[in-house]
Design a protein around this ligand. Structure first.
Ligand code: GLU
Length: 439
């Protein structure tokens, strides 16, 4: 049974980078008919906010990334305490009292000597009396997990066989001096207890994975299959980390990006398979293959979402948008015809408003000087609305006759006069929807 999880910390809004992680884990679970858990990593009481947790759920729901269960780390502190005790009992956990300044000094010395800045385990040598004394002076220490100095190996689902020398990594701190459990311990306990079989996350977690494998083994758990996806960069390969704040899923939603456009892009970007618009989640699940993703940083351009959104909307049947059209004020009796006319001429659903305003109120005519006379003749020949499907053909034939204009020189000025634009839907189909013409 496949069990995956998406484990955001509710300390901010989800962005496109988080979405990649969420989506991959979701797709793995769904493709295998397994379970997808939403795990809120909320052990930090200061930074975790219920409104962010709500926003995360809202964003996932918007995308249709439904979870089977929610778990909150803040409710599992007793379990983490037990795990900590187990590690103490097994001699894999030790208390350290260095101040941040002392640690910093150690690191600088090591770097000066050309050594990797790995914690020197000085605290392991402290006697009980020394620890008592330090505790009395400095308060409780932090707790570090004692890594076994050996190579930690796993077959990464994206990066392939990986091997990290544990001696090149500091013993990770799992409990802070104020007693707060850190993510690494909580995450390991949860992955073990929830029977997580597959973990996909960003490649910034590769070192965490190495240490987590040892902690899982120390706690007698089964190590999941790990895969680390590359991090997203901007279109020129620039780091996205600082800009991710502006790429929040809710901002994309505000801008009119459609879920299927976003999902279609994210399920393929960075893989050897082409990005293709998918019209349903089932198709995305069907076509997903983790092994096609590469290790190279993945370029993401937010502008790619708009053509995909437009393409998606152009394929939507009226039924799928009836509610939105009603909300935009399009009366039901015209809505079907209106949708068929405009759906290939919008980028997002927000463009509907402009088209409907045109139908209802007409547009300020756009008339080039050289067409002024011809347009004026044409307007005299145009009957009053309502128009029919034949109006455009009949009218343009009359204008052609009267002015001698033909082809583009005939149709374009008339389109611009009626719509105020040089592009748009087929005019024969649009005419019956025009309730007003501004002359
Ligand atoms: N809360 C962690 C993060 O957002 C989860 C990482 C993981 O998948 O274990 O980075």
């Amino acid at each position: 049974m496949t069990v995956t999880r998406f484990a955001p910390s509710p300390t901010g809004y989800l962005h496109v980078g988080n979405l990649r992680t969420a989506l991959f884990n979701y797709l793995i679970a769904r493709k295998a008919g397994g379970t997808f858990i939403l795990r809120l990593d909320d052990t930090d009481p200061e930074r975790s906010k219920p409104e962010y947790a709500d926003a995360i759920m809202e964003d996932l729901e918007w995308l249709g990334l439904t979870w089977d269960r929610v778990e909150r780390q803040s409710t599992r502190l007793a379990r983490y305490e037990d795990a900590a005790q187990e590690l103490r009992d097994k001699g894999r956990f030790y208390e350290c009292f260095e101040t941040p300044t002392e640690l910093d000094l150690k690191r600088k010395k090591q770097l000066n000597m050309g050594k990797p800045p790995v914690y020197d385990r000085a605290a392991l040598k402290l006697t009980e009396e020394e620890k008592e004394k330090l505790r009395a002076e400095r308060g409780n220490g932090v707790w570090r997990f004692l890594l076994n100095h050996e190579r930690i190996e796993w077959d990464d689902g994206i990066l392939g066989p990986l091997s990290i020398d544990a001696a090149s990594v500091s013993d990770p701190v799992l409990i802070r001096a104020d007693g707060q459990f850190l993510y690494t311990l909580a995450s390991v306990c949860d992955d073990v207890d929830f029977g997580i079989t597959d973990v996909v996350r960003g490649s910034d977690h590769v070192t965490n994975t190495a240490t987590q494998i040892q902690i899982i083994e120390a706690l007698g758990g089964t190590v999941p299959r790990f895969a680390h996806h590359s991090l997203l960069t901007g279109p020129q390969g620039e780091a996205l980390s600082k800009r991710l704040g502006t790429l929040a899923l809710r901002d994309l939603r505000e801008q009119g990006v459609e879920p299927m456009a976003l999902l279609s892009l994210m399920a393929r970007l960075g893989s050897s398979q082409p990005v293709e618009l998918r019209l349903s989640m089932d198709e995305i699940i069907e076509g997903f293959d983790l092994s096609t993703f590469g290790a190279a940083p993945t370029k993401f351009d937010v502008n790619d979402l708009f053509p995909l959104t437009a393409h998606y909307l152009s394929q939507l049947p009226y039924d799928a948008v009836a509610d939105k059209l009603r909300a935009a004020g399009v009366p039901d009796e015209s809505a079907g015809a209106f949708w068929n006319v405009v759906r290939e001429n919008i980028t997002t659903m927000q463009d509907i408003e402009g088209w409907w305003a045109l139908c209802r109120e007409g547009a300020e005519p756009l008339v080039d000087e050289e067409d002024a006379e011809m347009v004026s003749t044409a307007m005299d020949l145009l009957p009053e609305p309502p128009f029919s499907a034949e109006t455009w053909g009949q009218w343009t034939a009359q204008v052609k006759e009267a002015t001698g204009r033909k082809g583009k020189g005939l149709f374009m000025p008339l389109r611009k006069a009626l719509t105020g634009m040089d592009h748009g839907p087929d005019m024969s189909a649009l005419m019956p929807l025009l309730q007003k013409v501004r002359r």
